[in-house]
Ligand binder design. Structure first.
Ligand code: GDP
Ligand code: CA
Length: 331
């Protein structure tokens, strides 16, 4: 290593939306400008609405790190107005449960126009990030169309079930009905976007933020070659639990873990990912101090573990979580 450039440490982070983006804010605060961070974001929440390609997790990361997020709502643009949504509602156009703000529509018009001109999603994301300058290299997990669908009960249907897009399960149904199955359409054929496998293999550390283990990290790991890159790459892989004291902090991870038959606990999620030494992906796993009792069980399962406060209440607290994660697997 002779040049300053090659001495920069490289980090690869697999991410969903809210939890991943909040974690990245803390990580960037900790690392400062000299680190090279590549984010591989989940795109299985994506959908087409009113002719527009919506990429919730990519946009949440881009807006959060670029200073454009509505932090109260946790998604979409700040200083937003909703005239387009009102006009669509006046036409009674479905889906009425899904709304894009006026500023946000501009992002979606640019994205959709570029996709229709033939650019892959990774190139489009790169172009959008030129405006937002998120301080990371943001990659979609895949340029291929992948969509998470959820099977729910439907007495009207001959099969007794109906499948809805993940966004409909979350936004319209509020994840208030049981998820009978999680079906990730297209995942079996999806190939990683350019740079994804390379970034993981070139990383000094791979981080799994406290993102949803099923519909965020789970889908990224399901893209062909990603799990292998984590398992076979030189970098240690360390994660942080999205489950604290047996509950998700926000969202619907508990419902979906239950659907998969995974124990809704910090240790249950870690065992679901598995120890790298035993066929899984994890070298290290942080649990919240409330779950200190599971550290011994995880060490037994071959996963280095520690308990620290894991609530992302502010950027300093989140930076401390990132530091603890790096120290857990550090030299
Ligand atoms: P989404 O795509 O917007 O759902 O966001 P992610 O998948 O990236 O993150 C959602 C997960 O973040 C949920 O399962 C939450 O439990 C978790 N989460 C949110 N806030 C916190 C926090 O402060 N601490 C921890 N440990 N987990 C959190
Ligand atoms: Ca998401």
């Amino acid at each position: 290593m002779t040049t300053a450039g090659s001495a920069r440490r490289r980090y690869a982070v697999l991410s969903g939306g809210y939890g991943g983006a909040r974690f990245l804010q803390g990580l960037l605060h900790l690392l400062g400008p000299d680190a090279e961070v590549t984010v591989v974001a989940n795109t299985a929440d994506d959908m087409w609405v009113h002719g527009l390609k919506v990429c919730p997790d990519l946009d949440t990361v881009m807006y959060t790190l670029g200073g454009g997020l509505d932090t109260e709502r946790g998604w979409g643009r700040r200083d937003e107005s909703w005239l387009i949504k009102e006009e669509l509602a006046a036409y009674q156009v479905e889906p009425t449960w899904f709304g894009l703000g006026d500023r946000d529509v501009a992002t979606h018009l640019v994205r959709t126009q570029m996709l229709e001109a033939g650019y892959p999603l990774s190139a489009v994301t790169d172009a959008l990030c030129r405006r937002w300058d998120p301080g990371v290299r943001l990659l979609p997990m895949s340029d291929d169309r992948v969509e998470t669908h959820i099977a729910v009960d439907d007495p009207q249907s001959p099969s007794g079930r109906r499948v809805v897009h993940f966004q409909e399960y979350w936004v319209r149904l509020r994840a208030a009905v049981p998820a009978r199955a999680v079906v990730v359409v297209g995942l079996d054929r999806a190939t990683p976007a350019p740079g994804v496998v390379e970034a993981i293999r070139a990383a000094d550390v791979v981080l799994l933020p406290p993102s949803n283990p099923v519909v965020s990290i789970g889908t990224v790991l399901g893209v062909s070659g990603v799990r292998e890159a984590l398992r076979e790459g030189p970098a240690p892989v360390v994660g942080l639990s999205p489950i604290v004291a047996g509950r998700h902090v926000r969202g619907m991870a508990a419902q979906l873990l239950t659907t998969l038959g995974v124990d809704v606990s910090a240790a249950g999620v870690a065992e679901h990912y598995g120890a790298r030494s035993r066929g899984g992906v994890l070298d290290g796993w942080l649990v919240d101090t409330a779950d200190v009792g599971s550290v011994a069980r995880l060490e037994e399962a071959g996963i280095r573990s520690a308990a620290v406060p894991l609530m992302m209440t502010g950027v300093e607290e989140t930076a401390a979580m990132a530091r603890a994660a790096l120290e857990l697997v550090g030299p």
